[in-house]
Design a protein around this ligand. Structure first.
Ligand code: GLN
Length: 539
């Protein structure tokens, strides 16, 4: 294929309709038909990236292999497609303006007045085309964040309008996702919000090619026809997206609605063979028919917003299915865990995961959770800050290093068991950067981690500043707390575990970012397996 085809996905009426899931599902179907597809997300906010955003704002910050801090939708793309994304897959308004302003300062605009049109829109178009120009993809799906009509998304919509002209028919289509609410009082599905939303899009110069209607009740033929007629869309291009119990059901629904074939026809591409989606359907079958049930506590400080731990909760869905288990995940606010209540709070669980995080809030609760897991031999999984808490707990309560801490929380601690590396100290003074993206890790033969991964060398994504302080390595090892994964270049500790316990593993990296539907993460699979064993033993 010579020409890359572009699909733009916009949203109307309200946010949170699931554009990311529709984009991922469509991409999954196109991929199953033999096309190579990637998805890109354009975020209309002015932050350069979500790295500095509080997880309460937009949910978790997802990290790509190349170290980009991105929107959590990229996590869905990877979980569905099994293909890594990169910095180029997430663009924010902040990044667009930053590059335009940098060019202006360098004099690249030769004294011209720099304006939203054409300079900002040109930069948006350039960024959209970069992904397509890599030569790796047949189809690029670009999801536009926000809702049509927002002031923030106007330049993006205008860029799409221009690109449609530049690329020509059949090379580019627009899918618009809207809501068809059901009015209980009159017992009717209402199409007016969709009509208005399409009108708004038309005012901005874009006629959508396909409409995906989110609904809680099945759409009648009449509703479809009405929407088609009023919105200038073929009836076959009006697609129902009904509420489902799991996001992983959506590709199968979209296949039934023939979203993939409609899209391919409009792009002038051959449909190929109908995908069987065997593995995907087997995953769904297992998801709906679990044999085991385990209760796992996720101890963290952003628990009020489930999206803040999106990749972790999805990893448990994948690992649950791999073990034919339903994982009942309970979020526990670490600030609520105290010396007096921690036994009572944590007694009901077959496993405890202490979550990643930054700063001191709730840290003592996390340390208590690690202590409870260690002293009661409850399967424990510590991720990033969670691993650091397990280290601190062991230092204080087993090695007797009173007041041991991470220098992130207590810079004056006598026992900095978690500390900045010397090289990092100077970096931090210059403005602070993190260890981001994929780094290699060598596993200790015979360790729990090695048994899970079934290989000697792995590569995992990072997002942190502080590290296990290697000065204490021998003391820990002699007391039964070992490092079983290290970075071959720097010697930094990547994985710790306690071989005397049934399953006690802490990782400095973020395994949750690389778990996918078809490739559940080995550590999550191993952890859930240990929890099932624990649950059986306690019956
Ligand atoms: N705050 C810790 C650090 O920077 C852990 C970060 C994390 O959990 N992602 O090292």
């Amino acid at each position: 294929m010579t020409e890359v085809k572009y699909i733009f996905v916009t949203g109307g009426v309200t946010s949170s309709l699931g554009k990311g899931i529709i984009s991922s599902s469509l991409a999954t179907l196109l991929q199953a038909r033999g096309y190579s597809v990637t998805i890109q997300k354009l975020d209309p906010y002015i932050n350069i990236d979500p790295g500095t955003l509080n997880p309460y704002e937009h949910g978790e910050c997802y990290v790509t292999c190349d170290g980009a801090e991105t929107d959590l939708d990229l996590g869905h793309y990877e979980r569905f497609l099994n293909v890594p994304t990169s910095q180029a897959n997430n663009i924010t308004t902040g990044r667009i303006y930053q590059s335009v302003i940098n060019k202006e300062r360098k004099g690249d605009y030769l004294g011209k007045t720099v304006q939203v049109i054409p300079h900002i829109t040109d930069e948006i178009k350039r960024r959209i085309r970069i992904v397509g120009s890599e030569g790796k993809y047949d189809i690029v799906i670009t999801e536009i964040g926000g809702t049509v009509g927002d002031i923030e998304s106007l330049p993006y919509i205008e860029a799409v309008r221009q690109l449609r002209w530049e690329l020509g028919p059949h090379n580019c289509i627009v899918i618009h996702l809207t809501l068809v609410p059901f009015l209980h009082a009159s017992g009717e599905l209402k199409t007016k919000p969709t009509q208005h939303s399409v009108k708004m899009l038309l005012e901005e110069g874009i006629q959508p090619d396909v409409l995906v209607l989110r609904t809680e009740k099945s759409l009648t033929e009449d509703v479809r026809k009405k929407v088609a007629l009023f919105c200038n869309v073929e009836a076959s291009a009006v697609v129902e997206s009904i509420d489902v119990s799991t996001i992983y059901e959506v590709p199968v629904r979209m296949q039934k609605e023939m979203l993939d074939t409609t899209v391919l026809r409009k792009l002038g591409l051959p449909p190929g063979n109908e995908p069987a989606l065997d593995e995907w359907k087997m995953f769904l079958h297992k998801l709906h028919n679990p044999v085991h049930r385990v209760k796992i506590a996720l101890v963290g400080k952003y628990v009020e917003l489930a999206d803040a731990y999106k990749s972790i909760s999805e990893s448990f869905v994948h690992a649950g299915v791999a073990n034919e288990a339903h994982v009942d995940l309970t979020y526990i606010q670490s600030e609520d865990i105290t010396e007096t209540n921690y036994r009572e709070l944590l007694a009901a669980y077959d496993g405890i995961l202490v979550a990643p995080g930054f700063g001191s809030r709730g840290i003592e609760g996390k340390i208590l959770a690690a202590s409870y897991a260690r002293t009661n031999d409850i399967p424990f999984f510590g991720i990033c800050l969670g691993m650091q808490c397990a280290v601190i707990e062991f230092a204080r309560n087993v090695l007797g290093l009173e007041g041991a801490h991470s220098t992130e929380i207590n810079p004056k601690t006598r026992y900095p068991v978690i500390d900045l590396m010397e090289e990092q100290k100077s970096v931090t003074e210059k403005g602070g950067t993190m260890r981001l993206g994929s780094y290699k890790c060598e596993l200790l033969h015979g360790s729990e981690a090695w048994r899970c991964y079934k290989k000697e060398e792995i590569s995992e994504r990072h997002r942190h500043r502080y590290e296990f302080n290697n000065k204490y390595l021998t003391d820990f090892r002699n007391a039964g707390f070992i490092s079983c994964g290290t970075n071959p270049q720097s010697g930094l500790v990547e994985i710790v575990e306690m071989p005397s316990l049934s399953w006690f593993v802490g990782v400095q990296f973020h395994p949750e970012y690389s778990s996918t539907v078809l490739k559940p993460h080995p550590l999550f699979v191993g952890f859930v397996k240990a929890c099932i064993k624990k649950n059986k033993a306690s019956l």
